[in-house]
Design a protein around this ligand. Structure first.
Ligand SMILES: C[S@@+](CC[C@H](N)C(=O)[O-])C[C@H]1O[C@@H](n2cnc3c(N)ncnc32)[C@H](O)[C@@H]1O
Length: 215
């Protein structure tokens, strides 16, 4: 379990590594969709430079983090430089995925980016089963999906073509896939941009100054 959820004995967990890889792609003020317990990504990896939202009132979240209507994010258009969906897009009910990605697009500034992570199918199925079994045997509550109660339209993983299709239909451009090298290529992310000029080079360094992984 240490390897999946929490850092222990000098080892970084799969989740910490996932957050590390994603934080390197964030270009400024960030919206983390499906932030999970304690809003960890925004609070500990982006020095609170952003907002985390979720549909379930997990420990460590406040009213501000919970969105009742997932088809309308409570933010003005062009508010964020980056939007992240970390280990989350497959958990959005299938019929709502396009709407949420369009919301992400609306809330991004021109030149901002979206980052979506996904494990490979075998890794996703195994991880979900191992975590579920561990909780059952040891009485822990690592399995946030069971705690929330999985919706019938959630899935264990999405194929690359499904993710690129969703991103393209929402309007994102320049979509690329990047592997997490330290996870034997079993986990990866997709990057897409909202038209305009990419927030890269000088402007990216400026936008991300002050952002440092802080665990
Ligand atoms: C596997 S957890 C990932 C949590 C966190 N991003 C992380 O990497 O640790 C999936 C998250 O997606 C959230 N979720 C489920 N349905 C959602 C929806 N329709 N919109 C946004 N998030 C959703 C869940 O509540 C849960 O926090």
């Amino acid at each position: 379990m240490a390897l999946i959820e929490n850092d222990k004995m000098g080892l970084s967990s799969l989740r910490s590594e996932r957050f590390d890889y994603v934080s390197r792609e964030v270009v400024g003020h960030c919206l983390d969709v499906g932030c999970g317990k304690y809003n960890r990504f925004i609070n500990h990896y982006l020095n609170r430079n952003g907002k985390g939202i979720d549909v379930f009132p997990y420990e460590g979240l406040t009213e501000e983090n919970i969105i009742a209507d997932i088809t309308r994010f409570p933010f003005n258009a062009e508010t964020f430089d980056s939007v992240t969906f970390i280990a989350n897009v497959n958990h959005i009910p299938k019929s709502k995925r396009s709407i949420e990605l369009s919301e992400a697009y609306r809330c991004l500034k021109p030149g901002g980016n979206i980052i979506v992570t996904m494990g490979n199918p075998l890794a996703e199925i195994l991880t979900h089963k191992v975590v579920w079994l561990y909780d059952k045997w040891f009485g822990t509550d690592y399995d946030v999906d069971t705690q929330r109660g999985m919706h019938e339209e959630e899935e264990y993983y999405l194929r690359d073509s499904e993710i690129t299709g969703l991103l393209t239909r929402a309007g994102f451009q320049g979509i690329e896939k990047k592997y997490f090298l330290t996870q034997w290529g079993l986990n990866h992310l997709f990057l897409g941009w909202k038209g305009g000029e990419k927030t890269t080079g000088k402007s990216r360094r400026k936008a991300s100054s002050g952002i440092k992984a802080a665990r």
